[in-house]
Write a protein of this length. Sequence first.
Length: 297
Amino acid sequence: MRHLISANELSQEILTELFKRADEIRENGKQYADRLKGKIIATLFFEPSTRTRLSFDSAVMRLGGDVLSTENANGNSSATKGESLLDTIRIVENYADAIIIRHPDNHSSSEAARISTVPIINAGSGNKEHPTQSLLDVYTIYKRFGKIDGLKIALFGDLKFGRTAHSLMELLNQYQNVEVYCLAAGDLKLPEEEYNSHVLPNITFHECTTISEVPKEINVIYQTRIQKERNDGIACEPIRIDKKILDQFSNEVILLHPLPRNDEISPELDDDKRAMYFEQAKNGLYVRMALLTKIFE
Ligand code: NCD
C-alpha cells in the first residue's frame, strides 16, 4: 500500500489485516510505540475537522512519529496567497514522510497522489470520499457482528453530499450479499448512477421513503448530518432518531453516525447500548494507527 485515496482500493484481505492489527494495537499499544519513530507526518486540512485530524495526529504520536499539522490550511497556509494545492504538496513533501489531506475538491487527493513523492492519505475529499472514516465504520460493524457478509444496513440522511456514505458503499461492496436500505432526507438521494448494483455488485440497494419501510430486523442504522456547506438549497427534511423510533427496530440494531451530529440523533440515546457512535469515533484511532503502520511497512 502506498497511498489511500479511495475506499475501493481496500480489498477484503487488506481490511481483515487492518482490523486484526487495530485489535492488536488496542490490546497492546506499547508494542507499536516506535513504529513511526523518525517519521514526520503532515496533516493538511483545508476543511474543518475535530475527529479525523486529531485522531490522525494522536495515531502518529502514539506510534512514535511527529506531526506537522495545519488545521485551517485554507486560511492559514499559502492557499490564501493563491498557491495551488499541487504546489503546496510539492513543498510539504520535502518536510514530511506522508501527507494526510482533507480538501473540498473531489479530486484533491488523487491529484496530490499523482505528483507526490510521499504517501498521500485522503482524509475527506469534497462530497466524494472519506476512506478512513469508512474503515472505522466497517471495523465497528465487524467488531459488533463478527462479519459483514449478509448484513442489512440502513443509510439515513444526506446521501447525496455525504462522503462518508459514499465511501461506506465502496467498502461494503468488498463483502458478499450486503443489503442497503436508503432513506434520504428529502431530495438528498444517493447518486444512482454511481451507487447501484451494476457498479457495486455485492450490494442490493432498496430505496425507502419513510422509516416504516425500513425492515425491523435491520442490523445497522447509519445516520448522517445534512451537509449544509455543500447543499445548494436542495429540499430536505432531516430524519430525526429518538428512542421511540429506535425502539421500532430489533434490540440488536446498532446506531452509527460519523459525527459531528446536529439534531438528527436525540441525546437521550447517548447512553443506550444500541448507540455506538462514540465507540465508533474511538475506533478511528486504532484503525488509523493500523493504516499508518501498513503504509510504512
Ligand atoms: C464527516 C466528514 O467530514 O465527512 N466527519 C468526519 O470526518 N467524522 C461527516 C460530516 O462532516 O458530516
